[in-house]
Design a protein around this ligand. Sequence first.
Ligand code: FES
Length: 383
Amino acid sequence: MNVNEKFCGAEPASMVADCFTDPSTWERADAQWGSHERKALVCRRVRNETHDVRTFVFSSEDKRAFGHEPGQFITVSVDINGEAVSRCYTISSPPTRPYTLSITVKRTPGGIMSNWLHDNMKPGVVLHAFGPAGIFTPASAPAGKLLYLSAGSGVTPLMSMTRAAFDLGLNRDIVFVHSARTPDDIIFRDELTKLSAEADNLKVIHVCEGVGTEADWRGPTGRLSLELLEKHVPDFRGREVFTCGPAGYMNAVKEVLLRGGHDPARYHQESFNFAETVEPVAEIDAAPQNTEQSTGGTYTVRLAKSGKTFTMSSSETVLAAARKAGAALPSSCAQGICGTCKTAVLEGTVDMKHNGGIRQREIDKGFRLMCCSRPTSDLVLDL
Ligand code: FES
């Protein structure tokens, strides 16, 4: 069940007034926004979080409230230099403030979308996004005691969870350990400090690799380690762990927890690092293909709605071939994880090797992920 369905009406009135000139014209009843529904989002505010991280606050152009679960992501789609670029961003705002939705983005060197957002997004600018998706949510593993571990911009889904728990007065027992390079790089530092002072059961620990310009930094320094956990979270073995950050960080966290005797069944991590998903589809397609069809034939693909037809090799993914043929298919991770490229196959068959981005019931209904599907016959797609 969507959190908004459970707790509708929990949004602070000040937030509503802040966002709309005439709130009475806005609809709250239908807070659903499907992962396949493209919505126009209007930027309302831009907030500097650190020297290279900004939060972009949006409202919906269709004057409807948003609906998502804390921890989910949206897929932002922008035309950059004539090319459609899509990226997934975790929602940093909580569903308890449903009239606005925020993403918090680090400017990544060479990152096409992050640089575009930092350079172009300002109040009044409209962009499009596909609705919330993802299973990295507290609802997936209800627990009394939680340990949130994040690094860098991996803080965003955990921030959404923390804000939601606070807004709802859930009084969850949360220990939130966030790692940053220096104190200047800590995202949401002031807000987390304030929340931990106000909430009875929220403990926040910032761990910095170095002190940077803050010579009087009093928090722990170094990297997350077993010793650090034993010292600051001595009961970590009894907590449900949610982790998000760069792949290297999450691997290290997993190893530390295992070594410390934490039950792996109580460990959850964001399935991939959105910030690192910047590789073009062509590169992915050039990777060695471990499929039976890699040396097979040529097939015809027809897009039923647009009427476009193209031929492709069975060694390519449908997404890569469609791109080459000039057909714009929504996509983001290109790894079969995010579900953005989910498409109904109306005729024909494909060989799909996904990484959890599609549910069995969707497969049963004829949907497939185009980024990790290769044709085994001619195809007609619902596009
Ligand atoms: Fe993410 Fe296909 S683009 S699953």
